[in-house]
Design a protein around this ligand. Structure first.
Ligand code: OSB
Ligand code: MG
Length: 356
């Protein structure tokens, strides 16, 4: 049974983070996203969230470029269309180059709508199997704060902590932190801050005890990443490098990594992400679901993604109250004993509360 798209809404949400988020690339104090809602002729509404940043410091798109592409290009292509499967959205948008974060926001809303029409939780609609998703948070490698931050995360029940590193981070300082918590998985995220000249510096992080090192080099540095994979015993994980199925194939062909971070928004939505998951399963590539300081609508989609088999590592899933005073979904996301339980409700499983 098809769904005809009757109404499409865009709503801007802008909120301060509880505390500024610092990485080698940028400090983020405030977050602006666009929540996309699509209403079908059955009367139900699906939701997606566009999580591009204010300036192009992380991906090429910005929230302003996305708003333009959504309003002027994508929504006119979707309006009044009758769809039989949410995969058809990717086809509808085929003539539009790039702009994957804008596409993803609409596409995710349509997947939610179809799950609701079929009276299924989204995680079941996409074939997910796990209902308890391991949580994970991210902290800066600030030597004055890291001890406290990790202790707080441990108290809150987190079993995975990602530490942001860069070439001037002291590996021995991190080693003592990691050694203190043998039951916690520690990831390192370099956000592409290393290069050929300080390659040796990277090798000094090999004995810290990290499960993986995320994106040591730049997005297109396949050769440097393959050298790191050969020389380090710690697994190499690619984040920024992975923006399409072709990028995953490139990683496999050039032996540039062991694990990929799935960012559904950067990949262009569910359809492309499900293809990536399939390819990674075929090649025994590890996977986990990454975050970009998102609100609950995007998180809910990402939690459904993390329910799929083959996604074994804990993702960037913090509780709503980690970044936000108040999230845009109800109930809020909370972490209990290091896990987030997926809802039995249909679609994304949460009520969306948008500002007036
Ligand atoms: O590199 O994974 C990243 C946040 C914004 C942009 C890029 C990244 C991040 C994070 C935080 O590391 C992930 C989160 O939302 O928990
Ligand atoms: Mg990252």
């Amino acid at each position: 049974m098809g769904i005809t798209i009757k109404e499409i809404g865009l709503k801007t949400v802008r909120r301060l983070l509880k505390t500024p988020f610092k990485s080698v690339l940028q400090q983020v104090d405030e977050r602006e996203v666009i929540v996309v809602s699509v209403k079908g002729d059955s009367g139900q509404t699906g939701y997606g969230e566009c999580v591009a940043f204010e300036t192009p410091w992380y991906t090429e798109e910005t929230i302003t470029s996305c708003r333009f592409v959504l309003e002027q290009v994508l929504l006119p292509l979707l309006a009044n269309q009758t769809l039989h499967h949410p995969k058809e959205v990717w086809e509808l948008f085929k003539a539009v180059k790039g702009n994957r974060m804008a596409k993803a926001a609409v596409e995710m809303a349509v997947w939610d709508l179809f799950a609701k029409q079929q009276q299924l939780p989204l995680w079941q609609f996409v074939g997910g199997t796990s209902q308890a998703i391991p949580a994970g948070i991210v902290v800066a490698a600030d030597p004055f704060q890291i001890g406290d931050k990790v202790a707080q995360a441990n108290t809150a029940g987190y079993k995975r902590i990602k530490i942001k590193i860069q070439p001037n981070t002291d590996p021995s300082m991190l080693k003592s932190v990691v050694n203190n918590y043998p039951e916690i998985l520690f990831f390192a995220d370099a956000n592409g801050s290393f290069d050929e000249d300080n390659f040796k510096r990277l090798t000094e992080f090999d004995d810290v005890g990290f499960t993986l090192i995320e994106q040591p080099f730049g997005e297109r540095e396949w050769i440097l990443h393959s050298r790191a994979k050969q020389q380090l015993k710690t697994q190499i994980c690619l984040d920024e490098s992975i923006a399409s199925v072709e990028d995953v194939q490139q990683m496999i062909d050039s032996k540039a990594g062991d694990i990929v971070v799935l960012k559904m928004s950067r990949l262009g939505g569910w359809t492309e992400t499900l293809k990536v998951v399939e390819l990674c399963r075929e090649h025994s590539i590890g996977m986990w679901v990454g975050g970009m300081i998102e609100f609950g609508v995007s998180k809910a989609h990402n939690l459904a993604l993390a329910s799929l088999t083959g996604i074994h590592y804990p993702g960037d899933f913090s509780a709503s109250n980690y970044f936000w005073e108040k999230d845009i979904i109800q109930p809020a996301i909370f972490v209990d004993n290091g896990e987030i339980q997926l809802s039995d409700r249909i679609g994304i499983g949460y009520t969306v509360n948008l500002p007036e």
